[in-house]
Design a protein around this ligand. Structure first.
Ligand code: UFG
Length: 323
């Protein structure tokens, strides 16, 4: 199939592009390189430097690519940042997203696999989290993802655009070639590994008074290659549907730091800090639905395998991408 990927120069986008190409699909990457890296774009993909804020440019690029499906990864994706700059999240993730949807309508593109997030559930009262939980986001970031999903329902009903919402839990790890390079970096695993690399003095642990086994937040880390394989399977879906996507195991922040110590063999000093605004205490996926309906199965569910892949990439790219 021909796939139009926005944000294909970013962390998740770049590795999904690589896996789409490996699976034999043709890919056009549309990215303004505001956060992504040119070196993260697989050379087998066609690259268009464009911005979703530019409705006409988006439409032209989509028409030229004439794709069978769209995969939008271009979005602002940091929970804490969204608690300070909500407007950025509604602008980039909702308003610019409308430009993409309208371009799809104009160009007759009828299929989308959307990068959604478990952040739209807020702080659920039970885990593992199934798709039926109420949508109650705790941050503008989660709200923006919920809003896009709601829009998709109407674009399906009115314009016949079939969607698959993939609600990611915590994407982590790397492929052999591409990895995580956010500037600044706010995510846990790359921050812990930055200490192991000697680029930071200590890891900051945000909040130790949550109602969890050791007081730190629990997250479900999913290997980026498993996340990519879910996108490829989602292309086969013929119905509009939402799936939660995680490994199904929850780890506390302290357990992640410990796993990084084991994988790297380094002491990795840590310091306890106050809670970070907008962080739900516990997010663990039930991925039963995507497993039973699309046959998705994580190949790398073990946290140490996820960390080891990230560690290999960061050691090979201590300063991230060159460009
Ligand atoms: N954390 C630390 N120290 C750090 C970084 C993070 O203690 O230096 C903690 C956070 O407070 C949180 C946990 O580690 O409890 C995970 O934080 P991340 O920033 O790695 O990830 P988030 O869970 O906040 O968010 C990520 C993505 C979102 C997505 C969400 C789904 O950034 O886009 O996972 O859980 F919605």
């Amino acid at each position: 199939m021909r796939i139009f990927v926005t944000g294909g120069a970013g962390y998740i986008g770049s590795i999904c592009v690589e896996e789409l190409l490996n699976a034999g699909h043709e890919v056009t990457v549309f990215d303004n390189l505001s956060k992504g890296h040119r070196d993260a774009v697989d050379p087998r993909a066609k690259f268009v430097n464009g911005d979703l804020a530019d409705a006409e440019g988006t439409r032209q690029a989509l028409r030229a690519a004439a794709p069978d499906a769209v995969m939008p990864f271009a979005a602002s994706s940091l929970v804490p940042e969204s608690m300070v700059y909500p407007s950025k999240y509604f602008q980039n993730n909702v308003a610019n997203g409308i430009n993409l949807l309208d371009a799809m309508v104009d160009c007759g593109v009828k299929r989308i696999v959307f990068s959604s997030s478990c952040a739209l559930f807020g702080a659920p009262d039970r885990v593992p989290m199934t798709e039926e939980l109420p949508v109650k986001p705790l941050s503008p970031y989660g709200q923006s993802k919920a809003m896009f999903e709601q829009m998709l329902r109407w674009y399906d009903q009115i314009h016949g655009i079939q969607y698959v919402n993939l609600r990611y839990f915590n994407a982590a790890g790397a492929s052999q070639r591409f990895g995580e390079d956010h500037r600044p970096e706010t995510h846990l695993i790359p921050n812990v590994l930055a200490v192991a690399l000697g680029k930071k003095d200590q890891v900051e642990i945000y909040g130790t008074d949550y109602m969890t086994p050791d007081g730190t937040c629990v997250r479900d880390y999913i290997h980026i290659l498993d996340l990519a394989s879910a996108h490829i399977l989602a292309l086969q879906s013929r119905q509009s549907v939402s799936y939660n996507l995680g490994s199904g195991d929850g780890y506390t922040v302290k357990q992640v730091v410990e796993a990084c110590r084991r994988v790297t063999g380094l002491p990795i000093p840590a310091i306890e800090r106050p809670r970070r605004p907008g962080d739900p205490p516990k997010l663990v996926a039930s991925s039963k639905k995507i497993a039973s309906e699309l046959g998705w199965k994580p190949k790398f569910p073990k946290l140490t395998d996820i960390v080891a892949s990230a560690w290999a990439w960061h050691r090979a790219h201590p300063d991230g991408y060159r460009e």
